[in-house]
Design a protein around this ligand. Structure first.
Ligand SMILES: [Zn+2]
Length: 312
């Protein structure tokens, strides 16, 4: 009965055009679900709509676990509970794919729980630029952030000087890569070469989740190209369901089309509002959502100021 109701409401949403279909359907979204992608690698889809959580990846090494993204504190607590269900090993390392609150604001929670936090230099640089303003505004609206009793975000304690940074304990090789500035200046990827699993942070999302306020839109496709060169079988995005390399290809095409649309508009002297009346192709509709107008605005700023949007 419940299943029927769910099916019916999903069909109703489709009929009203609220949801879009395609190879990546929203039906695959399973917030809170923990799925073992390959042996010892779990993907946890965060609930973004009401809790603002990011996705997490738990990677099992010989003696410990590595977590991809710190999440918000309330998300971190859920991840810790789920990690304990799948393994008795402790979470020793937490890798911030970037500085945003939904990926890094639980850093202090993890270090208080005995883990080491890691990130590329751009994560710390972006925090210096955006904090404490972003933290203080989050603490006003989020109890979990306020409860950490800090005045600003805790940056990753270990800044990765090498690119890639390799972790290899003989049972598994885990590589952290920075392919350049896409979603943020610090964008980091976690790559498991043997299992062909790539965790992307928000440099690639599976759905309309692209926030461009810290981005370098013009450079984003080149970052996706570098990630595609790894030929990953499993792509675990920062938000939305897991999939394969079609997520990277779609993200790349979306950024290319968005940039071209705005660039053409700027040349024609159009305002961001006029440009937002334009349409992108059918193949990138998975990435087009209610923030389209603001994505146009951010890209417009990047082009007219001739600097990455995240640099000012
Ligand atoms: Zn983000």
């Amino acid at each position: 009965m419940r299943r029927l109701l769910v099916l019916f409401s999903f069909a109703a949403l489709l009929a009203t055009g609220f949801l879009t279909t395609g190879s990546l359907t929203p039906a695959e979204a399973q917030p809170g679900a923990v799925k073992e992608i390959v042996k010892g690698v779990w993907f946890r889809e965060g609930e973004i709509q009401s809790m603002g959580h990011c996705n997490n990846v738990i990677i099992e090494m010989k003696d410990y676990l590595v977590l991809i993204d710190a999440n918000f504190p309330s998300g971190a607590k859920m991840v810790l509970a789920d990690a304990r269900k799948v393994s008795s090993k402790p979470i020793r390392y937490v890798f911030d794919t970037h500085h945003h609150g939904d990926h890094a604001y639980a850093n202090a929670f993890w270090t208080r729980n005995g883990a080491e936090t890691l990130g590329f230099p751009g994560v710390v640089e972006m925090m210096k630029m955006r904090e404490p303003k972003a933290w203080q505004s989050a603490a006003k609206s989020r109890k979990d952030v306020a409860e950490l009793n800090l005045t600003t975000a805790e940056p990753p304690r270990t800044v990765l000087a090498k690119n890639p940074h390799i972790m290899d304990d003989g049972t598994r090789r885990l590589e952290f890569h920075h392919f350049g500035w896409a979603h943020t200046k610090g964008d980091g990827f976690a790559w498991l070469p043997k299992d062909s699993v790539l965790a992307t942070g928000d440099a690639a999302t599976n759905g309309a989740y692209n926030y461009l306020g810290d981005a370098h839109v013009a450079n984003w496709p080149s970052v996706m190209k570098a990630a595609l060169k790894l030929k990953p079988k499993h792509v675990l995005p920062g938000h939305g369901p897991a999939g394969g390399s079609e997520i990277l290809e779609g993200e790349m095409a979306f950024m290319q089309e968005l940039y071209a649309l705005v660039q053409t508009g700027v040349k024609a002297g159009k305002t961001p509002e006029q440009i937002a009346e334009g349409k992108l192709s059918a193949k990138v509709q998975n990435w087009v959502g209610k923030s389209f107008a603001s994505q146009i605005k951010e890209t417009h700023l990047e082009i007219t100021k001739n600097a990455p949007r995240g640099s000012f």
